[in-house]
Design a protein around this ligand. Structure first.
Ligand code: HEC
Length: 206
């Protein structure tokens, strides 16, 4: 092997990847200014989900709710989404809304069911969500939402009825249905869904 081939090989193996992965991106991004999000020079980010809400987020992803539900209020040009203007300050969804919820953001695959981005604004009663998860057809006979009854315990009433037993007509006398820890976390998460933190849209958004 002559020296020229050797150095050419060296360039292809190391120089080219360096150029493409470091050199070019650096060249095209170095002109960007750091983002300053408010007048005092402070950056405001939505708070990371914690505790029960974080666990509920994981249950949401694990149960595949995102296959039928989105969590995105689209920009006005892309479609007339509900819940953009109601509540206190709902707004269009921005990339920062998904900052802490990785590795997969619950953007959703398709809208077979309603968008849940601002569910917390329109739901006052958590027990309605529990009933829906246990038996979606109890609320709407036409619903195509599957039952998530595996997140609940159906058991004989021991002494007194539990305070958190679901208000269902379909349960036989002497029995009750109570949410498991997973179901409670999931509903806490759903009730917390509000896309309203005061963040600025990113610069390349229009
Ligand atoms: C096969 C698709 C499908 C899947 C999977 C699914 N849903 Fe649904 N969901 C629907 C449909 C359709 C509706 C609207 C009809 C109705 O009210 O039942 C709905 C309605 C809802 C509503 C009421 C929304 C509103 O605007 O009031 C909530 C809350 C909800 N789903 C939560 C969930 C959660 C949480 C999961 C995962 C555990 C889930 N869904 C999984 C199809 C689905």
């Amino acid at each position: 092997m002559n020296t020229r081939t050797f150095f050419f090989g060296l360039f292809v193996a190391f120089g080219l990847p360096w150029l493409l992965l470091i050199g070019l991106p650096y060249g095209s991004l170095k002109a960007l200014e750091p983002r300053v999000l408010d007048e005092d020079g402070l950056e405001i980010f939505p708070p990371p989900p914690r505790g029960l809400i974080l666990h509920g987020h994981r249950v949401y992803m694990a149960q595949g709710c995102y296959q039928c539900h989105t969590q995105v209020i689209r920009p006005t040009y892309a479609g007339p989404d509900r819940w953009r203007f109601s509540g206190e300050t709902p707004r269009e969804t921005q990339p920062l809304d998904f900052l802490h919820v990785g590795p997969i953001a619950p953007i959703g695959l398709q809208r077979i069911g309603p968008d849940l981005a601002n569910l917390g604004y329109r739901t006052e009663d958590a027990s309605e969500i529990f009933v829906r998860l246990y038996d979606p057809r109890a609320l709407h006979s036409w619903s195509v939402m599957p039952s998530f009854s595996h997140l609940f315990d159906k058991r004989r009433i021991q002494g007194q009825r539990s305070a958190n037993a679901l208000p269902l007509d379909t349960v036989p006398d002497g029995w009750e249905v109570v949410p498991t820890f997973e179901a409670k976390a999931l509903v806490t998460y759903l009730m917390s869904l509000r896309k309203d933190s005061q963040t600025e849209p990113s610069e390349n958004e229009n």
